[in-house]
Design a protein around this ligand. Structure first.
Ligand SMILES: [Zn+2]
Length: 241
């Protein structure tokens, strides 16, 4: 009898451990992430073009703004990016006869999704969302300004040769860990996160501080590719603010 009781109690302990292990949210809450002086918040493309009313709206894109504003308090370093295209840019469907937005074409560097005209340099459409409040942001990096080359990534243009200089900037400042937020999860956020891994940074993507476009299953594919590169998927509640 006693032996049976001991056995039952031992089994109960074991199942409690298994339960805790299967609930990573609970495990994380016990040890919130505290970004230090060598961490930076990267805010990708939270511009008028990518929210409701913009030229290439991401569904509910504006919902990331309050989440990012709240997170900002936890960071000593913030970097903001802007998609910043020339008129007649190579990523615009309107630049090709007979092409429609969301079709693809082949450019010298490979496959290119064709988008509606968006985020043209100096327009209100390309401006940062007016409710974004990041008073401590230190750098705005603009990308996609070479007329013939797109740039989803904040590190490297789509030709995979031309760099933006962001990796050098971050390294020169001793920054080692990046928390990535913004628009859109499956394009500019994902490419930025994967290139950040390639450049040697520890990378978190804060899922509820992003929104996706999800073109033909691209959102699930992007999370899978990011995981394979060692990008960690977290929620804003995992960060101590
Ligand atoms: Zn673009």
């Amino acid at each position: 009898m006693t032996q049976n009781l001991h056995r039952r109690s031992w089994l109960q302990s074991l199942s409690a451990i298994a339960l805790a292990a299967s609930l990573p949210g609970l495990a994380r809450a016990a040890e919130a992430l505290r970004p230090g002086a060598n961490a930076a918040l990267i805010v990708v493309d939270v511009q008028n073009c990518f929210v409701t009313g913009g030229t290439l709206p991401v569904a509910k894109g504006e919902e990331v703004v309050p989440v990012i504003n709240k997170l900002a308090a936890a960071f000593a370093n913030i970097i903001v990016t802007q998609d910043w295209h020339t008129a007649g840019h190579a990523s615009f469907a309107s630049s090709y006869n007979g092409k429609k937005p969301f079709e693809t074409t082949t450019l010298s560097y490979g496959n290119q999704v064709l988008w509606p005209d968006h985020c043209v340099q100096g327009t209100d459409d390309a401006a940062l969302h007016k409710d974004l409040k990041l008073p401590t942001a230190q750098l705005i990096i603009r990308k996609g300004f070479n007329k013939g080359v797109d740039s989803y990534s904040a590190f490297e243009e789509a030709d995979r040769k031309t760099v933006t200089g962001l990796a050098g900037y971050l390294k020169a400042r001793g920054i080692k860990t990046l928390y990535i937020t913004g628009l859109a999860t499956d394009f500019c956020v994902a490419w930025t996160a994967m290139d950040a891994r390639k450049a040697g940074f520890e990378v978190y993507v804060v899922e509820d501080a992003t929104r996706g476009i999800d073109l033909n299953g691209s959102l699930a594919a992007a999370w899978k590719q990011m995981a394979a590169k060692g990008v960690k998927r977290i929620q804003s509640a995992d960060i101590a603010v």
